[in-house]
Design a protein around this ligand. Structure first.
Ligand code: LMR
Length: 397
């Protein structure tokens, strides 16, 4: 038979948790697995700004014809402004362009093909740890993957080791950096540390690819873009992968962009022609709906304000969950041990729990998180923090 030699591969370490959680019949489960935001009711809501934009689209949309290889031009213009800043000199000089992609993952996949095809021989450096799909995306495209240290065995950011390793990277290699809300650890660089990274990137002539999947979930929409804008203005060439999955809650509408910052307007057009060509072979043209929603929101002052307020509410709720969990751990004598939860930013916490403790949490207490000890703080039910703290205390005994 044709398929005889085909074996089975293990399921995805993150998406597989959706099924495992759903299949658990026990009441009082905790879903701290896949990175989706949940509200106080435990739902992943459709934002009100999105609902209103969708209504406008239903009323006004006149066609479902293909959008071009770079996607919706209005979306591209507005996402460029959201990421780089409306007053960015790169935009004024026509040195930055966004290519719409199916989610942030699509932007990463497109960048991987771009590196493989247009920058042959360049390796890619990923933080250790990182989102596990980073590694498979670049490896699948045939790009050599290496790691720079990010968090040490003591579950602390190790900036010295990161800088020292990048300082040895072959000139011209690509370095993937997480703009904010580092996935999976939640540890972000300070402004000073970003400046140090910039110096090494400049010295080694590295090409930064900045993964920006959580804009608005760290310190705020503008604040979270600080490092992206620093790099984009200090260096002639930068790639940015931007995702609308979390901050617009458009997970299943697969909405994102690969932003290219180039040395001049002509070179931008060269690179964009390559991206359109590569995208044609990956997905032809991107899906329209999510980008149309984003363009409707960002292009309307009232909807944009509503959306920014909704993003802020999600961010503040996550911050409250972090401090609430620490308060709940206090009676168990665990506040200090888990103090990093209060320092980390964004949806995720690298808890420091071992794979064995994660397994026990799941088996004894129906608490689901990624095997590496990554918990999605945004999935915590605020009314059951004590129950979660008891479960954690149980496996830490
Ligand atoms: C996560 O890390 O949980 C999210 O980015 C969802 C995904 O695609 O893995």
């Amino acid at each position: 038979m044709h398929f005889d030699a085909i074996g089975r591969v293990p399921g995805d370490p993150i998406l597989g948790l959706i099924e495992a959680y759903g299949a658990d019949p026990r009441p009082g489960k905790f879903d701290l697995g896949v990175g989706v935001y949940k509200d106080a009711q435990g739902l992943t809501p459709i934002l009100e700004s999105v609902k209103q934009a969708e209504q406008r689209l239903v009323d006004r949309q006149a066609t479902k014809t293909y959008i071009g290889g770079h996607g919706d031009a209005q979306f591209g213009r507005l996402i460029n402004e959201l990421v780089l800043g409306a007053d960015s000199p790169l935009i004024a000089e026509n040195r930055a362009g966004a290519t719409q992609t199916p989610g942030g993952t699509g932007a990463l996949r497109l960048s991987a093909d771009f590196i493989a095809q247009c920058l042959p021989g360049r390796g890619v450096w990923l933080s250790n740890p990182t989102w596990p799909i980073h590694e498979t995306i670049f490896a699948t495209a045939g790009v050599k993957v290496s790691q720079y240290p990010y968090v040490g065995a003591d579950n602390r950011l190790d900036i010295e080791a990161m800088l020292a390793t990048l300082d040895q990277a072959p000139k011209g290699d690509v370095v993937v950096l997480h703009a904010c809300c580092h996935n999976p650890t939640g540890f972000d660089l300070s402004h000073d540390q970003w400046r140090q990274v910039l110096e090494v990137v400049r010295k080694r002539d590295l090409l930064p690819l900045i993964d920006f999947a959580y804009q608005g979930f760290g310190e705020g929409l503008e604040q979270d873009a600080w490092a992206v804008r620093l790099f984009a203005q200090a260096l002639p060439e930068v790639l940015v992968s931007s995702s609308c999955s979390k901050n617009f809650g458009l997970y299943c509408d697969r909405t994102g962009a690969l932003i290219i910052c180039a040395g001049d307007a002509g070179k931008l057009l060269d690179v964009r022609s390559q991206l359109a060509n590569l995208a044609r072979n990956l997905w032809s043209t991107p899906p329209d709906h999510g980008a149309a929603v984003v363009a409707t929101i960002l292009g309307d002052a009232q909807l944009k304000r509503l959306w920014a307020d909704e993003v802020q509410a999600m961010r503040l709720r996550i911050a409250q969950l972090r401090s609430g969990l620490l308060d709940a751990l206090e009676p168990h004598g665990l506040r200090e041990r888990f103090a990093h939860i209060g320092v980390q930013r964004g949806m995720f916490s690298y808890t420091g729990l071992t794979p064995e403790q994660v397994r026990q949490l799941r088996e004894r207490h129906s608490v689901y998180m990624v095997g590496t000890g990554r918990a999605n703080v945004a999935g915590i039910d605020a009314t059951r923090l004590d129950r979660l703290a008891e479960a954690i205390a149980d496996v830490c005994r």
